[in-house]
Design a protein around this ligand. Structure first.
Ligand SMILES: C[S@@+](CC[C@H](N)C(=O)[O-])C[C@H]1O[C@@H](n2cnc3c(N)ncnc32)[C@H](O)[C@@H]1O
Length: 294
């Protein structure tokens, strides 16, 4: 099937487009706005506006997809400091996704300079300009992250954007976060849209501290956060609320595990379910009742 038939652009509420994955049963971005999500939950949450004053920055885009998180990061950095030298590694399983994203109307969300960068990355997997060195590694991120670790790459910002834990548990395990944490600079930050307790406890088990991405004005009644920020030092992170901290003591906080980093989604989900069933932690429904969450 041609990529253009497989990936049909879907409009989100901010006027930008996303794709829907039949394989994972999920859209690639929030329906509220794909471009808005890339700026708020990734570029802003990892402090790129402040960090852009540096001479150089390194970015790790886990699950590159359409390249929106890289695109939003580059626009954010160069709006502050057009001379900042940026090095980017993107990790993506399916090369048909970035390829399908470099046509109108998807590309039109971005500046002309970033449009050309996204096209070059999708077509050649590299983009070298006077102030950018970007590489896209195609394959299972559980393998490609090991190449990044071996290079000694230390990211100032990590965009962590797999499909949700139930659909893609392989990339939300303690073991994968341990690998990713090795590629983060001492003052780096990792951001993800997930606010799930299992994800947060896997991040903690990988030796990182947790912060929340606070809600925006336009949030749905059942939401308590827009995602999670992780760093080695919690002093620079917006703290979790009491409700979020208590969530980490419920059965929902049992993390996903993948001891050898090669189990299938099914095996990881079954292992997780067995651990939840035998747990003596508070049930998540009781936590929800205590905090009045529907
Ligand atoms: C939620 S989408 C990412 C959206 C992307 N960050 C963007 O801005 O367009 C998840 C991506 O993860 C990729 N993916 C799924 N399993 C993967 C794996 N094991 N390794 C690397 N990428 C994977 C999918 O192909 C998809 O592009």
């Amino acid at each position: 099937m041609p990529d253009s038939d497989r990936w049909i652009p879907q409009l989100t509420h901010d006027g930008s487009f996303t794709f829907f994955s039949d394989e994972f049963g999920e859209a690639f971005h929030s329906r509220q706005g794909a471009k808005e999500e890339a700026f708020l939950k990734f570029a802003k949450a990892t402090d790129l506006i402040q960090k852009a004053t540096r001479n150089s920055l390194r970015l790790l885009d886990v699950c590159y997809g359409l390249g929106y998180n890289t695109a939003a990061a580059l626009e954010t950095i160069w709006a502050v400091n057009p001379a900042c030298q940026v090095e980017v590694y993107g990790l993506e399983l399916d090369e048909s996704v970035p390829n399908a994203a470099i046509i109108p109307p998807l590309l039109h969300s971005w500046s002309l300079e970033v449009q050309i960068i996204l096209q070059t990355i999708a077509q050649t997997r590299h983009c070298l300009t006077s102030h950018l060195n970007a590489t896209l590694l195609i394959g299972d991120a559980r393998k490609t992250i090991q190449q990044i670790c071996e290079l000694g790459f230390q990211a100032d910002a990590i965009f962590f954007d797999p499909f949700s834990p139930r659909r893609c548990p392989q990339l939300w395990t303690i073991e994968f976060f341990l690998q990713v944490a090795q590629c983060m600079a001492p003052d780096g930050k990792l951001a993800t849209y997930s606010r799930s307790a299992s994800v947060r406890s896997a991040i903690l088990a990988a030796g990182l501290s947790l912060g929340t991405i606070p809600l925006s004005d336009r949030h749905l009644p059942h939401e308590w956060s827009q995602g999670t920020i992780a760093a080695f030092d919690d002093r620079s992170l917006p703290p979790l609320s009491q409700m979020e901290q208590e969530h980490l003591h419920t059965r929902a906080a049992i993390p996903y595990r993948d001891p050898n980093l090669h189990d299938s989604a099914e095996v990881i989900l079954q292992r997780h379910q067995r651990e939840q069933q035998s747990s003596t932690l508070e049930s998540t429904s009781s936590w929800r009742r205590r905090w009045g969450i529907q």
